[in-house]
Design a protein around this ligand. Structure first.
Ligand code: ATP
Length: 293
């Protein structure tokens, strides 16, 4: 009998120590005729705040989707909050915010109703007592308390994104997985969101967040995992942007993938993250850390 990729015979079993929030081993995803992820290992310990970085198309969204079971694994194993991916995962304790999608539901809904839908999961088909206060509190955390009764289709794209974040927060998740939560969100709202996340992580919440740049979330990030062409090419300390990279005019788009030409950056070579999606240099690039700043 073949072993299902969703079981994890070679992952260590739970011990007296709390198992990691995320354990992924050898994750391989094939979409169409392409190998999008080519054997990704990722462990996120409880209480960690980890950023997932990489160029466009490097596989970040695919990885988080595979972690939450939205895209199937061709090979590898995932365990969330100590359980193999599947019905045993305590989904009620997990929040997932997909990459920018509309919060519109097809039927007219208020922001408060969309947030409250986050309280439904598994066999819970009725909203719990006190749902309105919970939804309001979550909206307050993303700075939208005053829009609770607004129809979501009347909200801007950035506000709809914040409604989806509030929907995930309403569950008081132990593990929060966010795919570019602050893309298209203005700076004050990014800072407000960073303050909210700081408070939640102080309470022990684990966070895996896909980002293009650390931005307002930089002070929270404890570890960065960088993907390139479906492989992890860095797993360690966050990059420290040089003056050139930190400047407001820096575009974070480099016209080359040749890291040797790019050695002036400190921390992770930003070329590693920003390299264009070409296959002329598919091997993991060197990791240029600790260069002069
Ligand atoms: N359903 C699909 N079928 C085929 N290929 C897909 C599918 N979804 C994504 N891909 C491809 O997989 C690759 C990785 O996409 P993914 O969205 O994971 O990258 P990403 O790192 O999140 O990019 P971005 O930063 O632009 O969001 C891309 O080349 C994309 O075109």
């Amino acid at each position: 009998m073949s072993t299902s990729p969703l079981t994890s015979p070679d992952l260590p079993r739970a011990s007296s120590v709390e198992p990691p929030a995320i354990e992924a081993r050898g994750v391989h995803v094939r979409l169409g005729s392409s190998d999008i992820l080519r054997g990704v290992d990722l462990t996120v310990e409880r209480g960690e705040v980890v950023a997932l970085l990489g160029a466009n198309g490097s596989g970040k969204s695919t990885l988080v989707k595979s972690l939450v079971g939205i895209v199937p694994l061709a090979a590898g194993h995932v365990r969330l909050l100590g359980s193999d991916l599947g019905p045993r995962v305590p989904w009620a304790h997990l929040g997932y915010v997909p990459q920018r999608v509309s919060a519109q539901t097809g039927v007219p809904s208020t922001a408060e109703e969309v947030v409250a839908s986050g309280l439904l999961h598994g066999r819970r088909i009725r909203l719990p007592r006190g749902w309105r206060a919970t939804a309001r509190e979550a909206l307050d955390r993303v700075g939208l308390a005053d829009r609770a009764q607004s129809a979501v289709h009347e909200l801007s794209g950035g506000q709809q994104q914040r409604v989806l974040i509030a929907r995930a927060l309403a569950r008081s998740p132990e593990l929060l997985i966010l795919d570019e939560p602050v893309a298209g969100v203005d700076q004050p709202s990014q800072e407000a969101f960073a303050a909210t996340l700081t408070e939640l992580t102080r309470g022990g919440m684990t966070v895996l967040v896909v980002l293009h740049e650390l931005g307002a979330l930089a002070p929270l990030i404890q570890r960065c995992v960088v993907l390139r062409h479906g492989l992890v090419v860095h797993d360690g300390e966050p990059p420290h942007a040089t003056a050139a990279h930190a400047g407001p005019d820096h575009e974070h788009l480099h016209p080359h993938g040749d890291d040797a030409e790019h050695g002036a950056s400190a921390g992770i070579d930003m070329g590693l993250i920003d390299a264009p999606l070409t296959h002329h240099n598919p091997a993991p690039a060197r990791i240029d850390r600790g260069a002069a700043s």
